[in-house]
Design a protein around this ligand. Structure first.
Ligand SMILES: [Zn+2]
Length: 253
């Protein structure tokens, strides 16, 4: 298994990262993709990815819109250029739109420029989308990225999911699926082919509904896979095999 979205570089993991990695291995979770959120955190991601043989993405999260967007984008451009030959660099992101946090037109501008970089460097993009599917779909329709990407932590109905799929995007499914009240998501996973989904936790965020106070870790993946198997009435091993294939294919791992 690979966790396609885990912020394992965050300080929440500084005290027990080695132990967690051993525990992950015991549960068959062999790697992770560490998404980028801000320029001052890229270097730590790179070092940890090297140390633990993880993958990483470089980008600027919509909660961290910088004052000087042009300068931040040229820093990102330079970092992408520097890491061009690094096989652990697999995507641009995490970038996107979030209407519940610091929403302004600057998020749109920052995202648009990151999509252009994804196209320039021929990388897929890891997108964060909260209450902004219409704006995001409009932008992606205009931009048409040749490597596509993933709508991470997807929460929407089958109709919205199909629009993203038509634009070449996969849908990242995490701990939210375990919540019986996440009806739209559970229905989308039940209805749409497994080829369109990726497995993720968004650790340390998005703890399962029944452990709201605890730190989320990639170990939650086992529960998510079981739930997908249950919803799709299919063997866990088949589901797992296809989900791995999806990640390998999108990110060229
Ligand atoms: Zn994230």
């Amino acid at each position: 298994m690979i966790d396609t979205h885990a912020h394992l570089d965050m300080p929440e993991f500084d005290n027990d990262r080695n132990e967690l990695v051993s525990e992950m291995k015991r549960h068959g979770i062999l790697s992770a993709i560490i998404p980028g959120i801000a320029a001052d955190k890229w270097q730590k991601q790179l070092e940890l990815a090297e140390q633990y043989q993880w993958y990483f993405a470089l980008g600027i999260h919509p909660w961290y819109v910088p004052d000087d967007i042009d300068r931040a984008i040229s820093l990102l451009d330079a970092k992408l250029q520097e890491c061009r030959e690094n096989r652990r660099l697999v995507a641009v992101g995490e970038c996107g739109l979030d209407k519940l946090h610091h929403w302004s037109d600057k998020q749109l501008l920052l995202l648009e420029k990151q999509l252009q970089l994804a196209q320039t460097y021929q990388l897929p993009v890891i997108l964060h989308a909260v209450k902004a599917h219409q704006e995001l779909l409009a932008l992606l329709t205009r931009t048409r990225l040749s490597r596509g990407g993933v709508i991470h932590g997807f929460y929407g109905n089958s109709q919205t999911a199909k629009q993203y799929i038509a634009l070449g995007f996969k849908l990242g499914v995490g701990g939210l699926l375990l919540n019986p009240s996440a009806k739209k998501l559970r229905q989308a996973v039940t209805e749409l082919p497994i080829e369109h989904f990726l497995l993720e936790t968004d650790s340390p965020s998005m703890s399962p509904f029944d452990q709201p106070k605890s730190r989320n870790t990639p170990l939650t993946l086992n529960r998510i896979v079981s739930e997908i198997s249950f919803l799709k009435k299919s063997e866990t091993v088949c589901i797992l095999e296809q989900l791995n294939k999806n990640a390998v294919q999108l990110f060229e791992l």
